[in-house]
Design a protein around this ligand. Structure first.
Ligand SMILES: NC(=O)c1ccc[n+]([C@@H]2O[C@H](COP(=O)([O-])OP(=O)(O)OC[C@H]3O[C@@H](n4cnc5c(N)ncnc54)[C@H](OP(=O)(O)O)[C@@H]3O)[C@@H](O)[C@H]2O)c1
Length: 282
């Protein structure tokens, strides 16, 4: 897939590459490779599916040539009965199912502000912004993350968080966009990083037919908010690097773009977004 900033006609390699594996003796998989590091390399992620094409495991690139893995388990009726929060292990992502031992898993819960939300919260609190975090499982489940981020972070319900903030970041799956609190986000600027990801059983006809862009779809729900499309082109490995604490020997910075960006730039971008109409780019 070629995105508008890397036109095929201009000789660019694809922005995103998908490889599909349908197998009878091993899990089915989708390998997603996203261009990163200024267009020089691809970040790789594998999503493994069980025989009923339910997402079973996601493997993404992690630090030090390792990988980050998250699991979902189902009961006989197809209900999700357990998920493993993302844990780190050695080796590159592959299409083979990784079977964790107890010691591989950092936390076993059904919650957590996601990969992108975590990365932005980390990079926003460093230069002095205050953040209010929320997820679908309630503020109590974010206590560890709030403690890690320090006194500039607090957790709340989605409606409370939307009311509290000057600038919103809708770091939720596109499939959940209609649950974003419309009234509380009314009149506010909301960053939309959502991608139309391929999940079995999830499709939006208006997007499949190119009738709407994903941001227009979100804007239809958040009709009274100013939408800003940004961060959607960040790959999982960049998000992972951004969510890590800064290295002690260097000044705080965001390496999301592949080029060190001063952490204060995040503040400026946030201020621009609040001040200006939709259209700023990160
Ligand atoms: N990760 C990336 O590399 C990346 C890069 C660019 C763009 N994106 C886009 O950013 C969005 C988030 O991605 P992610 O990887 O961070 O996803 P993720 O790890 O699955 O996290 C999603 C978060 O959304 C929360 N959530 C879901 N429904 C919600 C609701 N109704 N109200 C409040 N919170 C809700 C979840 O909370 P619970 O855990 O409590 O359900 C979870 O904290 C997606 O649309 C994705 O396409 C991701």
């Amino acid at each position: 897939m070629w995105l508008p900033d890397r036109l095929k006609a201009s000789g660019f390699s694809p922005s995103i590459k998908y490889t599909y594996g349908i197998r009878t003796t091993a899990p089915n998989y989708i390998r997603t490779e996203k261009i990163e590091n200024g267009g020089t390399t691809y970040g790789t992620e594998y999503t493994l599916y069980d025989g009923l094409l339910r997402p079973r495991q996601v493997q993404t690139e992690g630090a030090k040539d390792g990988r980050l893995i998250a699991d979902t388990y189902y009961d006989g009726s197809g209900r999700v009965v357990k998920t493993n929060d993302t844990y780190y292990t050695t080796g590159a992502p592959t299409s083979a199912l990784f079977e964790p031992k107890g010691t591989d898993i950092d936390g076993q819960t059904v919650t957590g502000t996601g990969m992108l939300g975590r990365a932005v919260a980390r990079r926003a609190t460093e230069p002095g912004l205050y953040v209010v975090l929320c997820n679908s499982h309630g503020p109590g489940t974010l206590a560890d993350l709030v403690a890690e981020l320090g006194d500039r972070a607090r957790a709340a319900t989605p409606a409370e968080a939307a009311s509290a903030g000057d600038l919103g970041l809708a770091a939720v799956p596109l499939a959940s966009h209609e649950r974003l609190p419309r009234a509380e986000l009314s009149g506010k600027t909301v960053i939309d990083p959502m991608n139309y990801a391929l999940y079995p059983g999830f499709s939006i006809p208006e997007l499949d037919s190119n009738e709407l862009t994903s941001s227009e779809l979100v804007q239809r729900h958040l009709a009274d908010s100013r939408m800003v499309k940004a961060l959607h082109n960040y790959g999982p490995s960049r998000c992972w690097r951004c969510s890590a604490p800064p290295e002690p020997t260097t000044a705080p910075h965001c390496r999301c773009t592949g080029i060190p960006v001063p952490a204060t730039r995040i503040t400026e971008l946030a201020a621009d977004a609040v001040r200006g109409p939709a259209g700023f780019r990160m």
